[in-house]
Design a protein around this ligand. Structure first.
Ligand code: ADP
Length: 488
């Protein structure tokens, strides 16, 4: 094994991980550390940026050692939880406040003020994003207004999302953010290449505190020698959902990927067309390479795997998430049960934050298996509606690539194919986010001439599920689902 390897730093919400990939796509090792979650008030979610850095470095060092030393690493690729904001001091490299995590809702009031002022439509047109505390801009303003160390830092203030923070620490002071992460701050126009002065003014974020926006692949910098014994080149940077799309090899219009974890995140590449959704999907930058920018439409379903967790931990209908598959197969159908999984409202395309869940059709003949099966079916129903919104926006799915914890369930994979009426592909290795970052770094290191070549050379083997359900059964299920939706 003499080929040089790719080191990926995959910075998630609940854990940080480092992985090694061979240029032929084999995943050779992984180190992982859990991250502390802080919930200081209802709706607030914080991380400790210093902890993120310390654990990232420890996991990366573990992998560099396993690879046989820094000279065995051709390049590093970084992928990360998006939208989360870190503020630090350029002089000391120390965080100035807790990092505000993407899930944090504390800026709902600021968003409401901007909405009341009639700004939402223009913001959405420029950034592709709805006005919501999810995105970074209002989080940055909150820190300026409420964290004294941030307010007083003046020209020493540096803001960044997580890849930006890690780049600063790894390189010893390079302040950059990649275009995919920058597109989620709400401070960059989708068709722009730099921070938008008008948006910075509107949200009250000083541009001098922001990083320089760079491509997703490039000769950005090298790590400081002290971290791994000698410098390693950093060649790829990308937000996690975009990286999963690349890692799935979903590069061309018509393809789509769904990451089925706690919630479900769907991205469909649009090519070089700047997306404008008329059905409340998000427009996002997928990938920027020298001279070429590609976009994607994005839609999120809030409740996917969390419904399975709820069946397990609250209703205690199943002992493990895997058991949901056995139970779904134990009955021929849902026995007339229909479930609306609106346990956290309904996301795209319905956008009903007020909706609550429902189970309809209970009788004395209802078995545990019927309820569990109806829960699994509800994922396909939600994705069916999402597919409709993508289609109405001119981006119908010709197939769906799935990953994430819930994609391990064969019954769900088949049911998705049946209800969506398109083939569903699942890679043998579901670490597609890290694989996407590895592909970017491999292109940056010159191992492949293009992303398409990297996807061909490093893509994981797949299993395909093809639609098999009779049309009348499918139509009846969807009729019952839409009747349930209409009654909320
Ligand atoms: P996240 O990245 O959002 O933390 P993961 O991708 O790790 O999520 O997926 C975990 C989720 O997947 C959990 O909510 C769990 O209930 C669900 N899950 C895991 N395995 C299965 C399975 N075999 N069938 C159904 N759901 C599953």
């Amino acid at each position: 094994m003499n080929e040089r390897l790719i080191l990926v730093l995959d910075e998630g919400t609940t854990s940080t991980r480092a992985m090694l990939f061979a240029p032929d796509g084999r995943r050779l090792g992984m180190a992982q550390a859990d991250l502390s979650q802080y919930y200081p008030q209802p709706g607030w979610v914080e991380h400790d940026a210093a902890e993120i850095w310390d654990k990232t470095l420890a996991c990366a060092r573990d992998m560099v050692m396993r690879a046989g030393g820094a000279d065995r690493i051709a390049a590093i690729g970084i992928t990360n939880q998006r939208e989360t904001v870190v503020a630090w001091d350029r002089r000391t490299g120390q965080p100035l406040a807790p990092a505000i995590v993407w899930q944090d809702r504390r800026t709902a009031g600021h968003c409401a003020v901007l909405r009341d002022a009639g700004e939402e439509e223009a913001i959405q047109r420029r950034t592709g994003l709805v006005l919501d505390p999810y995105f970074s801009a209002t989080k940055m303003r909150w820190l300026l207004d409420h964290a004294p160390a941030v307010a007083e830092a003046g020209s020493a203030l540096a803001f960044g999302t997580i890849e930006s923070w890690l780049m600063w620490k790894l390189t010893g002071g390079l302040h950059v953010s990649d275009a995919s992460n920058a597109s989620r701050t709400q401070l960059m126009a989708l068709d722009g290449t730099d921070w938008d002065q008008g948006l910075c003014d509107l949200f009250g974020v000083p541009p001098h505190a922001l990083p320089q926006i760079v491509d997703n692949v490039g000769a950005f910098a090298e790590t400081r020698a002290e971290w791994f014994g000698q410098p390693i080149a950093i060649r790829g940077l990308m937000g996690d959902q975009q990286a999963a799309t690349i890692g799935q090899g979903c590069l061309t219009p018509g393809s789509a990927k769904a990451t089925l974890g706690t919630g479900a995140f769907v991205l469909a590449p649009m090519g070089s067309t700047v997306p404008v959704s008329r059905h409340r999907l998000l427009g996002t930058l997928l990938c920027r390479l020298p001279g070429e920018t590609n976009y994607a439409l994005e839609g999120s379903v809030f409740v996917a795997g969390s419904l399975i967790q709820w069946l397990r931990d609250e209703l205690r209908l199943i002992a493990t998430a895997e058991e949901s598959e056995t139970l779904a197969r134990s009955v021929p159908d849902s026995g007339g049960i229909a479930m609306l999984p609106a346990l956290a409202g309904l996301g795209a395309p319905h956008w009903r934050p007020d909706a609550t869940g429902m189970i309809r059709g209970l009788t004395l003949g209802t078995r545990r298996g019927h309820i569990v099966r109806a829960a699994l079916e509800s994922l396909s129903h939600q994705l069916h509606d999402l597919a409709g919104a993508f289609g109405s926006d001119g981006m119908p799915w010709q197939g769906l690539c799935i990953d994430g914890g819930m994609s391990a369930n064969d019954w769900i994979a088949q049911d998705l194919a049946d209800i969506l009426g398109v083939p569903v592909d699942r890679p043998a290795d579901v670490e597609t986010t890290a694989r996407g970052a590895a592909m970017l770094a491999a292109v940056g290191a010159g191992l492949f001439p293009s992303l398409a070549a990297a996807a061909g050379g490093m893509g994981a083997a797949r299993r395909r599920f093809t639609p098999a359900l009779p049309d009348d059964t499918r139509d009846e299920r969807l009729r019952r689902w839409h009747a349930l939706l209409a009654s909320t």
